[in-house]
Design a protein around this ligand. Structure first.
Ligand SMILES: O=P(O)(O)OC[C@H]1O[C@H](OP(=O)(O)OP(=O)(O)O)[C@H](O)[C@@H]1O
Ligand SMILES: Nc1ncnc2[nH]cnc12
Length: 228
């Protein structure tokens, strides 16, 4: 009799499991939801993978100019995005939604295009804005960091005293290519004792593998551009 009760219980459990899985399969959307819940890395590093409806509009407003400033470079021109107030606002809003309430006290923007996106984000999240400038532009005492670009060499500088040890910083730029610029920016901030919480860019050129140069520091981008 006990064998019979056990066999019935087993068969009931199998039936419940079969019913549960058939139920899951009748909702094709569910596996994506589960993937989102179980793999935050995939979902948080590139907003595009989340398919926020605003992202398509942003991507379509970025103009690609072949062979600028040098032959072979596919230049990502964000000036066309700035011409569209909705797409520009959506860009800022997406970053603000991500960083509001994260206790970030400093937004460091990289010259020149990080100066366009950084200040509105800083104001909206209640942080100060610190410009990281090209050499000999800042009048006060500075610290400097050299780096190598997709098309040349450059250097970034930051005012001494602009950022205090222990501050939580967000680095903002329009684009990551090789990652050299973001590395230099993070080096400057970490040299004065700040904690870089994340780097944020509108565009990533994934083929240049800049993300891999950031020593595991999180990078959040809105759109990716593949050259092929
Ligand atoms: O990931 P990386 O290979 O370092 O390249 C990214 C950097 O290149 C571009 O700036 P650029 O140096 O052309 O300066 P600009 O904004 O002053 O024109 C871009 O705005 C980033 O700051
Ligand atoms: N392809 C690109 N477009 C715009 N800015 C860049 N900085 C480095 N590479 C770039």
């Amino acid at each position: 009799m006990y064998v019979c009760i056990f066999a019935n219980a087993l068969s009931l459990s199998i039936n419940i499991l079969v019913l549960f899985f058939s139920f899951l399969c009748s909702f094709p959307i569910l596996p994506c939801t589960l993937l989102k819940l179980t793999s935050p890395l995939i979902c948080t590093m590139s907003a595009y993978k989340d398919q926020d409806p605003r992202l398509h509009g942003i991507k379509t407003k970025i103009r690609v100019v072949p062979n600028f400033p040098k032959s072979g470079i596919m230049f990502q021109d964000i000036t066309t995005l700035l011409l569209d107030p909705k797409a520009f606002k959506d860009t800022i809003d997406l970053f603000v939604e991500r960083y509001k309430g994260k206790n970030i006290s400093v937004v460091a923007g990289i010259e020149a295009r990080g100066f366009i996106f950084g200040p509105p984000i800083a104001l909206a999240i209640g942080a100060k804005f610190v410009p990281l400038r090209k050499p000999k532009k800042l009048p006060g005492k500075v610290i400097s960091q050299e780096y190598i670009l997709e098309y040349g060499r450059d250097c970034l500088e930051m005012h001494v005293g602009a950022v205090e040890p222990g501050e939580r910083a967000l680095v903002v730029d329009d684009l990551i290519a090789t990652g050299g610029t973001l590395c230099a920016a993070m080096d400057l901030l970490e040299r004065v004792g700040a904690e870089v919480v994340e780097c944020a860019c509108v565009i990533e050129l994934p083929e240049l593998k800049g993300r891999e140069r950031l020593n595991g520091k999180p990078l959040y981008v809105l759109v990716e551009y593949m050259e092929i």
